[in-house]
Write a protein that binds this ligand. Structure first.
Ligand code: URA
Length: 435
């Protein structure tokens, strides 16, 4: 078999066999196939596409390119939740302890933030001492003992995807549905859970800006997971403005803890309940959406969800006293309000710009090795649909460097659109897809 022939075949829109896809991934991972041939292939895929079978074959070949997590030591059904990434998205920090408190086993591999989006692993590291690099043994023990463990992705999980994603990133071949779906699902399938619930974001702060693209991606991933024998569901949720009010690591953790105390912002809770409902239905802990929501509300109101959060933080070496007193998180040296330059209604907040403003403050990563400042961020005082008077604060910046604050200030102001009339109300949860 020659890579040249496979590129030619795909360029002509022909279908690659399982053997051909396996050959390509195996030899790209071990370095026999060079980057220039693989980039010709990904470009050919961008133009002629992959069918469902090829997409599944590509996913499984990338899943099997490295180690897969063996969760057979965990009793019962294991659930995982994955978000395609957004700004202010602290859903996992709220959802995971609620699910664990309701008896669902949460065994999750999470990522760090890159670019304007945040990552769960960075947020968890806001708890002093919290270890995201726990051994597989501790991971399994924690899930068995307390129902939850969240760890950083191991280096050898789907290495083919790691290499291919880096190549796509520099060859303008990221935005192809089958390539994105297989990339995400190869890592999810390698992480071993039985149930996978996907939060596919749509809007200005999402990877997929258009609803129809988000829907196609969600359907493709649900199909792949189902064909690979997993119980799957996806919800498409709004990312046309940041989720919740807090953007920035410590600020987001504090907001997540407040949500576990029953004081979560409405948009965040809607996403948490939508994803939680899918998990409770798939695990058969609830038989209707109404029952699932009532169970989650009771779990929060009784204090069990917050207690589970403290137990989880402590089990991974973190200081759980921060769960009981969020004022302990380190504060940025300066705060500065961004005020409205006119009276009206907020009709839009460009999530990507807010994410970039947080990055400008030092709260995000330009490259994988950047060191981030966990204390900086932005608290949004006004969200879409709210009335605002000229001079009133739209947002408050938390920063440690006056020059960076000045830059973030300009960005935040430019992210807001204020008009005379309120915008049309949009649902947070736009669509549910199940297998
Ligand atoms: N996230 C991934 O893991 N892969 C993609 O291709 C896009 C987003």
């Amino acid at each position: 078999m020659r890579m040249y022939d496979l590129i030619q075949k795909k360029k002509q829109g022909k279908i690659l066999s399982t053997e051909e896809i396996n050959y390509m991934i195996e030899n790209y991972t071990n370095g026999t196939i060079p980057d220039y041939q693989m980039s010709a292939m990904t470009m050919a895929i961008c133009f002629t596409g992959l069918n469902d079978k090829e997409t599944l074959d590509l996913t499984l070949a990338m899943r099997d390119s490295g180690e897969t997590l063996d969760l057979s030591g965990i009793e019962g059904v294991k659930a995982d939740k994955h978000s395609t990434g957004g700004v202010g998205d602290k859903t996992t920090l709220v959802l995971a302890p609620i699910m664990a408190a309701l008896g669902v086993k949460i065994a999750k591999m999470a990522g760090r933030g890159l670019g304007f989006t945040g990552g769960t692993i960075d947020k968890l590291e806001c708890f002093p001492g919290f270890c995201t690099g726990i051994s597989q043994e501790t991971f399994i023990k924690n899930v068995n003992d307390i129902g939850i463990a969240i760890a950083g992705q191991t280096a050898n999980l789907a290495p083919a995807d790691k290499k291919l994603y880096a190549l796509r990133d520099v060859t303008a071949t990221v935005d192809q549905m089958s390539l994105i779906a297989s990339s995400i699902m190869s890592k999810k399938l390698a992480s071993g859970s039985d149930i996978i619930v996907l939060d596919v974001k749509t809007g200005s702060g999402a990877f997929m800006k258009k609803f129809e693209d988000s829907r196609a991606l969600a359907e493709a991933m649900v199909k792949i997971g189902t064909m690979a024998g997993k119980s799957m569901a996806a919800v498409i949720t709004d990312m046309d403005q940041p989720l919740g009010n807090a953007v920035g690591n410590s600020l987001e953790v504090a907001e997540a803890v407040s949500a576990l105390s029953g004081m979560g912002p409405a948009d965040l809770m809607e996403v948490v309940y939508a994803l939680g409902t899918e998990i409770l239905l798939l695990t058969k802990k609830a038989d209707t959406g109404e029952k699932a929501k009532a169970m989650m509300e009771e779990c929060i109101n009784s204090g069990r969800a917050k207690e589970k959060m403290a137990e989880f933080v402590s089990a991974q070496g973190g200081d759980a006293s921060y769960v009981w007193d969020v004022n302990k998180f380190p504060k940025a040296d300066y705060t500065e309000a961004v005020t409205a330059d006119k009276t009206g209604y907020v009709t839009g907040i460009q999530a990507e710009i807010i994410g970039n403003a947080c990055m400008a403050l030092g709260g995000g990563r330009e490259t994988k090795s950047s060191v981030i400042d966990l204390s900086v961020g932005i608290l949004l005082e006004k969200k879409k649909g709210m009335a605002v008077k000229q001079g009133e604060p739209l947002a408050v910046i938390y920063g440690n460097d006056k020059e960076k604050i000045r830059k973030a200030h300009r960005q935040i102001l430019s992210a807001y659109t204020i008009k005379d009339n309120p915008p049309k109300e949009e649902p947070m949860v736009k669509l549910r897809i199940s297998s």
